[in-house]
Design a protein around this ligand. Structure first.
Ligand code: HH2
Length: 287
């Protein structure tokens, strides 16, 4: 009699979150979808391309971006969320630090609050998240968006990011956010040296996954890719939308580490890459 082969745990499907920036100045697609019609058309495109979640943002987080007032940010995102919700059941996430914007977005149909400040921006962020009852992404950032890339420092980047995220999850739970509604995100590019911090973080994603919450990875089109593949081209010939290969490589590294979702600009290509990666991984397990 042969011993039965141990059955590996089933592979978890990685969800694809498509980015819809309704901003004039986002780092990779600023201005392209700033108007309502263009943004709605882009959202439809991402749904058709296979997105599992849409992340709607009305304020850029890149260093040097113009701050946006609450009313303006709501005017950018709420009608768009309502229009998408009217025609699709796709989960919608709101990318904002402001509780009032999250509140308006949830009223319009969003079910996830993606906060790059991990509910630290306003005194009532934690309480509003608990009250809204939506899912929440807690993201790690060292410093503030305007200055975060000025000499970020860590002794052990993976340990420090993991400790921060665990502490913020504890704070959210204590404030009344349900455990099953929490996500964690290491915040690639947010107060991180392009290669010295972002690469070990991607390599160490399994330690963030081990905290026991779904993990979101946002590496799409970020500058560390250009740091690895800038070549000799002058800066004006290295646009962020020339980082597709690197973005997909990072998404697959996330899949291998067990992340629950990847936040990407290029949905179609990422969906295809994940399908092939998953099929190969499954074939390897079955064989
Ligand atoms: N990255 C950006 C914005 N929001 N949210 C999470 N949870 N994780 C990320 O990595 C993340 C995020 C930056 O990308 P983008 O939206 O394209 O640019 P901008 O902030 O300039 O609008």
């Amino acid at each position: 009699m042969t011993a039965s082969k141990p059955q590996p745990a089933a592979l978890q499907a990685v969800r694809v979150m498509g980015v819809v920036n309704v901003t004039p100045d986002s780092f990779s697609d600023g201005g392209r979808f700033a108007g309502f019609d263009a943004a709605l058309a882009h959202a439809r495109r991402l749904i058709a391309d296979g997105a599992d979640i849409l992340d709607i943002g009305g304020e850029s987080t890149r260093p040097g971006a113009d701050p946006v007032g609450e009313a303006e940010e709501i005017a950018r995102v709420a009608p768009l969320i309502a229009a998408i919700r009217a025609e699709s059941a796709i989960p919608i996430s709101i990318d904002t630090m402001k509780p009032a914007v999250a509140r308006a977005a949830v009223s319009a149909g969003a079910t996830l609050w993606n906060d790059v400040t991990a509910l630290r921006f306003a005194a009532d962020s934690l309480a509003v998240a608990a009250e809204l009852g939506c899912e929440v992404v807690l993201m790690h950032m060292q410093g503030e968006p305007g200055t975060m890339q000025v000499q970020p420092h860590y002794d052990d980047v993976v340990a420090e990011v993991a400790d921060f995220l665990a502490a913020r999850a504890k704070a959210a739970l204590a404030a009344g956010v349900a455990r099953e509604r929490l996500w964690l995100d290491p915040g690639i590019g947010f107060g991180k040296h392009m290669t010295r911090h972002n690469l070990p973080l991607i390599a160490g994603l399994d330690r963030i996954v081990a905290l026991g919450f779904p993990v979101l990875l946002g590496a799409s089109r970020k500058r560390f890719i250009e740091a690895l593949d800038g070549g000799d081209r002058p800066a004006d010939q290295r646009p962020p939308n020339d980082r597709l290969g690197g973005s997909i490589a990072a998404a697959l590294a996330g899949a291998a580490a067990g992340v629950a979702a990847v936040r990407v600009h290029d949905v179609r290509e990422t969906v295809q890459a994940l399908k092939v990666w998953t099929a190969v991984a499954q074939a390897g397990r079955a064989g």
